[in-house]
Design a binder for this molecule. Structure first.
Ligand code: GLN
Length: 360
């Protein structure tokens, strides 16, 4: 299968990724030369190192039985807890996988990153900072106490676009005259990050729509407190649909790698978001990507990351790689158990921690 052949993918991607001025060799058959003239995204690691690190993490955690599928969305309780896939995509477009990268799960809260990116693209980073905030709540992702404290006149801690109140608000900010327009532009945007046309898991969408009274309440409160300007019901509904988009580990790793590669999808070559807007997205991921366990995660990995209750976790090593693991059983904070362990091992083996400078 060509989509899993790292070398073939990399040549095309590299050719596409070279800025026009530096593109002395354009023809794909000559792209080996292009590759030789560019610094590799992981210069200190061979293909065998990278593949070995993925396989080692896969093997080490395959039989781990900790954690439990989310069940507050009934459809998620039914997902096979044995699904376990790992994918790493380098910032120069090489794709590596281990385990099950065919099975799709709903993207859930990982979607929040890409909606945040879209709003920043449309309105600039200040709009998010002013309207929602960019600080950790220190509370669970669907905390209503966090909303209460975030009321400006109380002067409490802010919220951010990676927990439900901020995420539903961010969705409410996406441009579009109708629900369809908003939805179509969001889905197209996610698809550009993934490098293929994504679609919605209708069973998950229905299941969550039937049971998301808490998120509806959060949307209504965000409207009452004037974070959401109008139509909170639509914002919550679109948010619920965005959480139901189906992805596999490879899709997620390409999405993460697009952030690692300054906003340009390293597999398709498309500039999906402005390079200038990437740091703000990564900053919020560092602050709040794993909810109230974000500090612990950062301590161990240094990586901007985002989890979802469907079992997905993505992480970004800027300039180096995007990585994703799909494995549904979650810990108490709502983060995939295997995914956290596997990504930490692989990233640390490959020198992925951006906070760990090499000694000169
Ligand atoms: N759709 C889920 C919710 O709103 C997403 C939560 C998550 O992945 N943490 O509850």
């Amino acid at each position: 299968m060509t989509r899993h052949t790292p070398f073939a993918v990399s040549l095309v991607a590299l050719a596409a990724a070279v800025p026009a001025a530096a593109q002395t060799v354009a023809a794909p058959h000559e792209s080996v030369k292009v590759r030789a003239s560019l610094p590799l995204a992981l210069p200190d690691h061979t293909e065998a190192d990278i593949k070995g690190s993925l396989q080692a993490a896969y093997d080490k955690y395959k039989d781990l039985k900790e954690g439990k599928n989310a069940d507050y969305i009934p459809a998620l309780a039914k997902v096979d807890p044995a699904i376990y896939g790992i994918a790493l995509v380098t910032a120069d477009g090489r794709v590596y996988t281990a385990g099950d990268v065919a099975s799709e799960v709903s993207i859930q809260s990982v979607s929040k990153v890409f909606t945040l990116a879209k709003v920043i693209e449309e309105q600039g980073p200040e709009a998010i900072e002013k309207r929602i905030g960019v600080d950790a709540t220190g509370m669970r992702f669907n905390s209503i106490v966090a909303v209460e404290l975030a009321q400006k006149e109380l002067g409490g801690p802010e919220i951010n676009p990676l927990v439900n109140p901020g995420a539903i608000t961010a969705t409410s900010m996406v441009a579009g005259a109708t629900r369809d327009e908003v939805w179509n532009s969001l889905l197209a945007y996610y698809s550009d990050f993934a490098g293929r046309k994504l679609s919605v898991n209708q069973e998950v969408f229905k299941s969550e729509s039937d049971t998301n009274q808490r998120n509806q309440a959060i949307g209504a409160l965000m409207h009452a407190y004037e974070f959401i300007k109008s139509n909170p019901a639509q914002a919550t509904d679109v948010y619920t649909e965005q959480c139901s988009v189906n992805v596999n580990a490879r899709d997620l790793a390409v999405m993460a790698a697009t952030l690692a590669n300054a906003g340009r999808n390293p597999v398709t070559g498309k500039q999906v978001m402005a390079t200038a807007n990437v740091p703000e997205v990564l900053a919020v991921m560092m602050t709040a990507g794993l909810y109230d366990d974000s500090g612990k995660w950062l301590y161990h990995t240094g990586l901007p990351a985002k989890s979802g209750v469907g079992g997905a976790l993505i992480a970004v090593s800027p300039g180096k790689f995007g990585i994703a693991v799909v494995s549904p059983p979650l810990d108490a904070a709502g983060n995939s158990v295997r995914a956290q362990k596997a990504i930490a091992d692989i990233s640390n083996a490959l020198g992925g921690n951006p906070l760990a400078p090499k000694a000169r």
